[in-house]
Each structure stands twice: as C-alpha cells, then as structure tokens.
Design a protein around this ligand. Structure first.
Ligand SMILES: Cc1cn([C@H]2C[C@H](O)[C@@H](COP(=O)(O)OP(=O)(O)OP(=O)(O)O)O2)c(=O)[nH]c1=O
Length: 236
C-alpha cells in the first residue's frame, strides 16, 4: 500500500528510509502553538491529528486536477509530532523561537531528566467519486450546482505515543551560547538534536533512540502493519 509521510522533517524521512519501505513525502504546515494549560498528551495527540487532516485536505486539493474515473488504491498517511516534557509532567518544550526562549528551556533541562514524546498517527484513506458543492457562481446559476469529484476520505486511523527519558549534564552559559550559535537547536523540539552536537549534552537515555530523533521506528512500522491489515477488511 502507498505510504505518504506527511512531514517536512528530514530526520523522519531518513529514519523511515532505513526500513526500506517505498514512500512519498509531502509537507504540511499547521499552527503548532500549544493552547493555554493544554496537557502534553492533549497537545501531541491534537498535533498528529491536525497534521493528518491537513494532509488529506491537501491531497483533495491536488486530486481536483485528476481524472475522476481513475482507479486509485487506498493509501496510508503517516504523521508525527515530537515534544520535550519536563519532569513536572506538564511543561511542553517545543521548538525555540528565540535565543532567550532556548536558554530558559535549557536552564530547566540542565543537570536533570526530561522526557521526549513522539506521537505517531497512521491514517488509512480511500478515494471515491462524490457529489460536492461547486464553488463556481455561473454553474450555480444554471442549477448545475454539484460536480462529481474524487475525494479522499478517512477510513480508519490509529495513534501511539512513545516516551524516552533523557538526562542532561549541567549546562553552562557558555555551552548554551555556543550551541545556539551553531544553528542546530532552532528547528528541534527542546532545542537540541541528540543526533548532532546536542549528543554532548546527553549523559543517558532510557527508551527508544529513534523516538528522540522524531520517529520511533520499530513502533511506527508495527502501527503501519496493524492499520494495513485492517484496511483489507474495511476497504472493498
Ligand atoms: C529532541 C529532538 C528533536 N528533534 C526534532 C524532531 C522533529 O523533526 C522536531 C520536532 O518538531 P515537529 O513539529 O515534531 O516536526 P517538524 O516540524 O520537524 O516536522 P513536521 O511537523 O513537518 O512533521 O525536532 C531532533 O531532530 N532531535 C532531537 O534530539
């Protein structure tokens, strides 16, 4: 079954490639701002679901260009989201947008344990031709107000969340300054990359390494398998 990795993360692309699966990649752009007092669980589950919904919407925009009668196999859309969670179990660490925000996060992570959570959603979608309202005013005037267009619809979806405990060494002001200047922290949850220079800050991890990098590979492959198996039962 065709797999679409709906992610702009080069780390996720690289990790999924290691499974030697065929997949295509599309980027989705959503607002990743946490809601006030939103729990890490609620936030991360909302993120992967919103990324999946945005991907399906984008596929539907693209399929307007395609032939309605063309047969298309069901597909799997894979979305993921990674956050850091402080030991209080409440504070969500996303990507730092400024040096000051990064320093504030790192001060809280220094010489202590935090967790990295990655949520993964696998969404099974199938396409069929449906009557959809036409947004063309002239067509409305002639009462031809519906068009037959192929629409991707969600058949089923499943999520998992994997957690890994990460211990940081004590961080000095100079270490933080140099690390921010390296440019590595800016696009990473918690403001560090364990696969890069950030490895020097990590004294220990407990759990999946690939989960910290952005995609718990073994668990993701198992989820893809589960949802694919369900698909033969639910899509005829
Ligand atoms: C903690 C940690 C995070 N990260 C990365 C993984 C994710 O790419 C990123 C967290 O941001 P995400 O919002 O999960 O992902 P993204 O914006 O990179 O990609 P997309 O939303 O399009 O799927 O942080 C590392 O690369 N190494 C690390 O050690």
């Amino acid at each position: 079954m065709d797999i679409i990795l709906a992610s702009g993360s080069p780390r996720r692309r690289e990790l999924l490639s290691r499974a030697q699966l065929d997949f295509t990649v599309m980027s989705v752009d959503i607002d990743e701002t946490p809601h006030t007092n939103e729990s890490p669980k609620d936030y991360i589950e909302r993120m992967v679901a919103t990324k999946a919904a945005a991907a399906v919407q984008q596929l539907n925009v693209n399929s307007r260009e395609e032939n309605v009668d063309k047969d298309v196999e069901p597909r799997l859309v894979l979305t993921a989201d990674t956050i850091g969670v402080l030991a209080d179990g409440k504070t969500v660490l996303v990507k730092p947008t400024s040096r000051e925000q990064a320093y504030e996060m790192w001060q809280q992570m220094s010489d202590t344990v935090h967790e990295v959570w990655t949520a993964v959603q696998v969404t099974l979608i199938a396409r069929s031709a449906h009557l959809v309202p036409c947004d063309n005013a002239a067509a409305h005037a002639t009462a031809a107000h519906a068009l037959k267009q192929p629409v991707w619809q969600v058949v089923s979806q499943q999520q998992l969340t994997e957690r890994t405990a990460v211990t940081f060494i004590p961080l000095t002001a100079q270490m933080m300054r140099e690390y921010w200047d390296s440019g590595e922290p800016q696009d990473k949850a918690g403001g560090y990359g364990i696969q890069g220079l950030g490895a020097a800050w990590v004294s220990r991890i407990n759990g999946s390494y690939t989960n910290v990098v952005g995609l718990p590979l073994a668990q993701t492959l198992a989820l893809i398998n589960t949802v694919s198996q369900h698909s033969s039962a639910s899509v005829s």
